[in-house]
Design a protein around this ligand. Sequence first.
Ligand code: FAD
Length: 407
Amino acid sequence: MVALRIRQFTLTRDMTDIEAFRSETRAWLEAHCPPEMRLPVRSEADICWGGKRFRFQSEAQRLWLQRMGERGWTVPTWPREYGGGGLGHREAAILRELMAELKCRPPLQSFGIWMLGPALLKYGSEEQKRHYLPQVARGEIRWCQGYSEPNAGSDLASLATRCEVHDDHFVVTGQKVWTSYADEADWIFCLVRTSTEAKHTGISFVLIDMTSPGVSTRPIKLISGKSPFCETFFDGVKVPRANLVWKLNDGWTVAKYLLTHEREMISAMGERAVPLPVGRSALKSLGADATGRLADPALRAEIARFEVDETAFRAWLKMFGEQARAKEAHPAVSSALKYYGSELNKRRWELTVAFAGSDALEWESERSGQGSIARTWLRTKGNSIEGGTSEVQLNVVSKRILELPES
Ligand SMILES: Cc1cc2nc3c(=O)[nH]c(=O)nc-3n(C[C@H](O)[C@H](O)[C@H](O)COP(=O)(O)OP(=O)(O)OC[C@H]3O[C@@H](n4cnc5c(N)ncnc54)[C@H](O)[C@@H]3O)c2cc1C
C-alpha cells in the first residue's frame, strides 16, 4: 500500500514536471523563435548549415541558431558539458512536438550533429569531445564526410588513401570522391589506410582541418545544375596525431557505428523535409470533386497507398527510436530503415511531380522557389545511393536480419 502511494506520488510528480517543462518550452519557443523562422522551408537556401563559411540568409536565421545553440537545443539530448541540452528522451520528444506544432524551423542541419557527434560521444577521447562537440552544437564548424573513393564505394574497406604514421603526426595522401559540401566544410572526418596488412584492420579514423596545406577540392556538377559534392584531394597533408579518433588501425569500428547513424538520418530525411502531406499538396494543386475528395481517382488511390505506407514507416521509425533508447534495437535495422525510407522518399517526389504538372517543370522562377520541386525530385534519386546503396542495404537485411545463406 505504502509502495503504491509512493509510486503514485512519483508518477504525479513526474507528470507535473513534464507538464511544467511543456508549458515553459512552449512559452520560450513562442518568445524566441523569430516569425521568419516559423515559415515553411521553401528551398535549400532556407536551410542553416552553420560553419565558418556559412552566410546567414537573414538576421533572423542567425539569431535563431544562436538562441537554440546557447540553450543546447540544437542537440537536445547531448550532455551539457559537450554543448547539449542535457534533456531526457521524453523532454526531447516534447521539444520536437512543440517545434513541429509551432512550425519552428530546425535551427541547424549538420553532419556534425547527425554523424560525427554520435561517433565522438562513443569513441572520442574526453579532450576531443570537449573540444569539438560544443562547436558542432553551436554551428561554428561544418563537417564533411571523407569515406568514398574512386575505387571504394560499396566495398568501402578497399579504401586506399595513404596515411603515414610518424611520432606526433600523420601524413595523408590520396583522394576521396562524392564528398558532400567539401568545398563549404571547415573539417572532414576521414577514413585513411594506416596499414596494408589487413583490409578492415588497417583503417584509421582521423579529423582533418580543410584549411591544412595540401587539401584541395573540386566540385562535381550534377544534372540539377548544382554541385552538392566534390572530389577531395590530400597531397602530403600533415595531421596532428591528436586528431586520431579511437585506436590506430581500428577506425572501421568507428566507421561502422557512424554509418548506422548516417542511415537513420537518411531514412528520416524525407519525413523531415516535407512541408505538407502529399495528399493535401495534391488537393491544393488539383482541386476537389463534389464530395471534397481529390478530383483524379487514379492519383487518389496511389496517394492513399503512399500515405498508408508513410504512416506505417513513421510508426516504425518511432518504434525503432524507442528500441534504440532501450538498447534493444537490432543493429542491422538501420539498413532496413534506410532502404525503405529512401524508396518512400523517391515515391513521394514522383507523386509530387505527377500532380504538380507544369509547375514541376519550372527551374529558376521566384514563384517555384528556384525550381524546388524539380530539383528535389532529382535530388531524391541519390537517396538510394548515398550512405550505401539500396542493393547493399538489402544484402545486409538478408544476411543479418533474415539470416539467409551467403550466395
Ligand atoms: C547524394 C550523394 C551524396 C554522397 N555523399 C557522400 C559523402 O558526403 N561522403 C562520402 O564519402 N560519400 C558520399 N557519397 C558516396 C556514396 O556513399 C557512394 O556513392 C555509395 O556508397 C556507392 O558507392 P559507388 O558510388 O562507388 O558505387 P558502387 O559501389 O561502384 O556500386 C555500383 C552499383 O553496383 C551495386 N553493387 C555494388 N556492390 C554490390 C553488392 N555487393 N551487391 C549488390 N549490388 C552491388 C550498387 O548497388 C550500385 O548499383 C554520396 C553519394 C550520393 C549519391
